[in-house]
Ligand binder design. Structure first.
Ligand SMILES: C[S@@+](CC[C@H](N)C(=O)[O-])C[C@H]1O[C@@H](n2cnc3c(N)ncnc32)[C@H](O)[C@@H]1O
Length: 242
């Protein structure tokens, strides 16, 4: 029996909750104006050179492939390894058409070496993943080790802790739209209540930047999104030290 606590689900229960929501996921995020645009903005902010020619990229927590598609658009010539722990989400991703340069791997991000995925990567995108991890600090350090020196990490994530207005909008959107729509589409509101709580209890943008610095990254900074998700969704950018 899963229950959504004050901080959301127990983190090891999250991929299973995504299995339940997988078939409705694309429909639900498609109704969110800006979802795909914002992923593309984060992928562009990574400034991957030369369309990714000769580069290897990791999409950590790729889900149904929305973030993978954004990476592919920013770097059409790169090799992309896309990893997710939810078989349901990956089934949705792999049902789409991809070039041979994109490979999907079913694995918790914490155990990708056991699934045969090794660095070095030139850049890593983790979209809506880090908030869902049991030990984000350890995973951020692992991302640093997986990157080649000078490689870029982009964390695309909700962070409302530094803005009262953002928090108020987030709570209104969750209870007015996301939770009722998720329940209508799947008959189960667990994942959407987890989303609500996990965002409310996640780091503010300044605290998350400090986490990235503590994990050994340099050049840490963040930019938010345009539109209604201003100060709600951010791209956090960081470099592995040279
Ligand atoms: C909100 S979805 C985002 C999917 C995609 N990145 C996007 O932007 O649409 C988060 C994804 O992270 C995956 N996930 C959660 N915890 C994970 C973990 N420990 N290892 C790998 N994937 C995980 C979930 O299964 C889910 O597919």
């Amino acid at each position: 029996m899963v229950s959504v606590g004050n901080r959301g689900l127990q983190r090891e229960q999250v991929p299973e909750a995504f299995d339940v929501g997988a078939r409705a996921y694309d429909r639900l995020v498609g109704a969110n104006p800006g979802y795909h645009d914002h992923l593309r903005i984060s992928a562009r902010r990574m400034r991957i050179p030369d369309g990714g020619r000769g580069l290897r990229l990791l999409d950590a927590g790729c889900g149904t492939g929305a973030s993978t598609a954004a990476l592919l658009q920013a770097a059409p010539h790169a090799e992309i390894v896309a990893v997710d722990a939810s078989s349901g989400m990956l089934a949705e991703a792999t049902a789409k058409t991809w070039p041979a340069s994109v490979r999907f791997v079913h694995s918790p991000i914490e155990a990708i070496a056991d699934a045969g995925v090794h660095g070095a990567f030139d850049a890593i995108l983790a979209a809506y993943l880090v908030r869902n991890l049991a030990d984000p600090d350890s995973q951020l350090r692992t991302f640093r080790h997986l990157l080649r020196p000078g490689g870029t990490l982009a964390i695309h994530e909700y962070s409302v802790g530094d803005s009262r207005a953002a928090k108020a909008i987030w709570n209104a959107v969750c209870w007015g739209i996301i939770i009722p729509s998720g329940w209508r589409q799947t008959g189960d509101s667990t994942l959407y209540r987890h989303l609500w709580r996990s965002v409310n209890t996640f780091d503010g943008a300044a605290a998350f930047q400090r986490r990235l610095v503590a994990a050994g990254f340099t050049g840490v900074h963040s930019e938010t999104m345009p539109g209604w998700q201003r100060d709600i969704v951010h791209t956090f950018l960081a470099d592995a030290p040279r």
